[in-house]
Design a protein around this ligand. Structure first.
Ligand code: SF4
Length: 382
């Protein structure tokens, strides 16, 4: 089993809030598989969104002032904001928490929402990482997915992003009906990109694909998943999380912080936060969707208990190559899977789905391939 990058990737303290996720819900088109909180933009709605964001940022910064180690603009399509709107948001963060972040400042951007000049402006605003929503390089697949760009435009956009010199991620969707996933992965990895996120197409019931009865072939999904890691390893891209691959040192620090159980602030409609308040183990919060959020409706709150922390550390930590440090978990909560689900742990170790290295519990390659079932079994056994 590969260890994660041997040098510490991230030096942020997990006990304090040093990360921020900002949700921009506007998109140029609405993809039929998408289950995120998103919508088409109109000027009035964007103006109200920006005003509300301002109030929310000031409120949160009073309780959790910066500086920030990582900032992530996700969506939706954050690059669908205009230059002036983007500058207003970055000025807002600069005046509240400090911007850019000290370790990593990521912007999700879709092909057709930027030119090389615009990418340079993003870099000058302080973004040092771009995540490009490529999804596929094959026109028929992109049409099926309802994307507004074609394969050539996507690869051109990725090349422009790489030319800016900032760190770049490319998103790819696998297991799409009619797709040659290996061809997509090879074409994208051939660009020299240092990070790729590869997700299987999933059909959620409340999406247009779900309502139309679109199905993903489970065998095809398993085959694509199995083929991805060796294919990308040949390009120096190592799997460090179930769906994420990077050259050593180019892992996404913002996401690693959350997978390691770190606190983070969430701004914007439907954004999630995990904050050190409400009890010994902190509180998860989720903002309401945009209409209620614009009216100032409060977030949903879920105060974690010790068992909840163990569950969450397993759900997120076992997705990563580094796994979960059980000694650290015990020190924080007094619990671990050896007390909450001892039979589950024994069986997973015996079947080599999990491996214990000192106090570090990790999913093996077989465990990673069956992770959803493995974690469901944990939940059933507690
Ligand atoms: S661009 Fe992304 S967020 Fe927007 S609808 Fe498509 S998949 Fe969803």
């Amino acid at each position: 089993m590969l260890a994660l990058h041997p040098a510490p990737l991230v030096d942020y303290a997990l006990g304090v809030v040093r990360s921020l996720y900002l949700h921009v819900p506007f998109c140029p088109g609405v993809c039929p598989y998408c289950d995120f909180h998103k919508m088409r933009r109109n000027e009035g709605l964007v103006a109200r969104y920006l005003d509300r964001l301002e109030r929310e940022a000031h409120d949160l910064a009073e309780r959790y002032p910066g500086p920030l180690d990582t900032v992530y603009f996700g969506g939706g399509t954050p690059s669908h904001l205009s230059d002036d709107e983007m500058a207003r948001v970055t000025r807002l963060l600069e005046g509240t928490f400090g911007f850019p972040a000290r370790l990593e400042t990521t912007l999700e951007a879709d092909p057709l929402t930027f030119t090389p000049e615009r990418l340079r402006r993003f870099r000058d605003l302080g973004f040092d990482r771009l995540s490009i929503g490529l999804q596929s390089t094959q026109d028929a697949v992109l049409r099926f997915l309802g994307r507004v760009h074609d394969g050539k435009q996507g690869l051109q956009a990725l090349a422009w992003a790489l030319e800016t010199g900032v760190r770049v991620n490319a998103d790819v969707i696998a297991a799409v009906p009619g797709q040659d996933a290996a061809l997509d992965l090879a074409r994208v990895a051939d660009t020299g990109v240092g990070h790729m996120s590869v997700y299987s197409l999933t059909i959620e019931p409340n999406t247009p694909f779900g309502l139309r009865g679109v199905r993903v072939d489970p065998e095809r999904e398993a085959d694509d998943f199995e083929a991805t890691a060796p294919l990308l390893a040949a390009y120096g891209l190592r799997r460090y999380e179930v769906s994420n691959y990077a050259r050593p040192g180019l892992e996404a620090r913002h996401n690693l912080g959350a997978w390691r159980g770190g606190f983070y602030l969430g701004l914007g409609p439907s954004a999630a936060s995990y904050l050190p308040e409400g009890g010994a183990y902190g509180t998860r919060l989720r903002n309401p969707p945009i209409r209620a959020w614009l009216e100032g409706a409060p977030p949903e709150r879920d105060v974690l208990d010790a068992e909840g922390v163990v569950l969450e550390r397993l759900l997120t930590g076992l997705r990563t190559r580094e796994g979960v440090d059980l000694a650290e978990l015990r020190a924080v909560t007094g619990l671990g899977p050896e007390t909450t689900a001892p039979r589950w742990l024994d069986e997973a170790l015996r079947h080599r789905l999990l491996a214990l290295d000192g106090s570090q519990l990790r999913a093996t390659d077989d465990g990673i391939a069956r992770l959803d079932a493995l974690l469901r079994a944990y939940v059933r056994s507690t």
